[in-house]
Write a protein that binds this ligand. Structure first.
Ligand SMILES: NC(=O)c1ccc[n+]([C@@H]2O[C@H](COP(=O)([O-])OP(=O)(O)OC[C@H]3O[C@@H](n4cnc5c(N)ncnc54)[C@H](O)[C@@H]3O)[C@@H](O)[C@H]2O)c1
Length: 399
């Protein structure tokens, strides 16, 4: 299997690539991969031994150049580990990505390559992505994974389009179609499973799900569940199980990486906040008072601190409180998840599944193809899916 990464020079992509190369050389353990644990390890999953990684970013170049800039000083890998994989990274070329609909925060990342990334029509961009993808895949089964910067929410009218309307909009070079949807379209029409690890539109448009079903392509998304939201969806189900009423749940996050910089733009942040906010009502059955905040705090680099304050009611209406602080390293948490989802969505492809695979909702803040938000039930659904494949050509069952 191969993985073609959109946002290949970013923190998640480089953390994933360095970790994988280091593990292959026996320098690090392959740890925190769900697909290496029971019962998933017994499934016929694509091997990681010969997994190849490629991709695109707004600035082309080699992965080695990005690793120095992204991982230095974070502490995820020691300098000798990074040095040991540098020759392999030097050979991994990143092609030029497509700049469209990301807003000023993403345009700033492209720097002097901005015009080249934005050149041409939507159809030109799809052709360019398709050519790069074909050259990389070379006939080997390939998953396209989007770990690019978060775009502002797509224009609401895109949700009303069917596949024909989307094709017409592409012909008309409609500026409302963001890059994430063009990548998803290019993957689907070339027959590659698509994973959207970001809150951006990606393959979430009904028109793209329709095209994926018709093309026999499975989809997984969206917005990886790696930190605060992971903990929320594990913890929130406890309250209804004890008949405790959550009156309010307030959460605030600070992070200092490039993702945090992009999310400092209110338009880009809106996508992430919407994704984070959806989970509590799904777990509790009602929406408690409260808010979710995200703030850019450069000294933390790739580390994230999330503080949550929960006020709940018990016997006789008595009020109690719970607080937690999560301190994680964003890309270290995300990298193995990307590999897990890529392997599982490729398994879904082999099984003949098409469209959003709801059973993979465990991995996402906004699960596509499933309404389930409760982490424990999502895990059960994944176990059932692993044990009982759905018939050829039919989208995942109701989970
Ligand atoms: N780290 C986590 O725990 C986590 C969890 C859930 C979701 N995410 C999402 O994953 C994404 C990546 O996170 P990260 O920390 O690696 O971010 P990052 O900023 O380090 O990397 C993103 C990369 O994408 C590139 N990029 C932006 N727009 C692009 C485009 N149109 N085409 C090609 N490349 C493009 C950027 O140049 C950058 O190199 C973000 O959207 C983030 O919100 C991260």
């Amino acid at each position: 299997m191969k993985i073609w990464i959109v946002g290949a020079r970013g923190a998640i992509a480089t953390t994933l690539t360095v970790g994988l190369l280091a593990a292959r050389r026996g320098l690090l353990p392959l740890e925190a991969l769900l697909t290496e644990t029971s019962p998933f390890g017994a499934l016929d999953l694509p091997s990681l031994d010969d997994l190849e990684i490629g991709g695109c970013d707004l600035r082309p170049g080699t992965l080695a150049e990005s690793v120095r800039a992204t991982l230095d000083g974070v502490g995820s890998f020691s300098a000798p580990v990074i040095d040991a994989v540098m020759p392999a990274l030097d050979e991994m070329r990143v092609t030029r990505g497509v700049l469209r609909g990301g807003g000023p925060a993403v345009e700033a990342l492209a720097g002097e390559d901005r015009e080249a990334g934005a050149a041409g029509t939507a159809r030109d961009a799809v052709r360019r992505i398709g050519d790069d993808l074909r050259a990389f895949a070379g006939g080997t089964p390939t998953v396209v994974v989007n770990v690019a910067s978060t775009e502002p929410p797509p224009h609401p009218s895109l949700a009303a389009w069917d596949a024909e309307a989307l094709e017409r909009a592409l012909d008309a070079d409609d500026p409302r179609i963001p890059a994430s949807c063009l990548y998803a379209y290019a993957a689907i029409t070339a027959g590659h499973p698509h994973v959207n690890f970001t809150p951006s539109g990606g393959a979430a448009l009904p028109a793209l799900a329709e095209l994926a079903r018709a093309a026999g392509v499975p989809l997984a998304g969206r917005d990886g569940k790696t930190g605060e939201t992971l903990l929320k969806t594990a913890l929130a189900p406890m309250f209804p199980i004890r008949a405790l009423t959550v009156e309010g749940w307030y959460g605030t996050n600070i992070l200092g990486n490039t993702d945090g910089l992009v999310l400092a733009d209110p338009d880009n942040k809106a996508s992430k906040i919407t994704s984070k906010k959806g989970v509590l009502e799904g777990c509790l059955g009602y929406a408690p008072a409260g808010d979710v905040r995200i703030d850019y705090f450069p000294p933390l680099a790739d580390h994230k601190v999330a503080w949550n304050f929960i006020q709940f009611r018990g016997w006789g209406g008595h009020r109690m409180r719970l607080q937690f602080t999560w301190e994680g390293t964003d890309s270290v948490l995300a990298a193995p998840l990307v590999l897990d989802v890529a392997r599982l969505v490729m398994l879904a492809h082999r099984r003949g599944e098409a469209g959003p695979v709801g059973a993979l909702g465990l991995f996402f803040k906004t699960p596509e193809g499933s309404d389930e938000m409760n982490l424990h039930r999502q895990y059960d659904a994944l176990l059932r899916w692993a044990a009982a494949p759905v018939p050829n050509g039919i989208a995942a069952p109701d989970v």
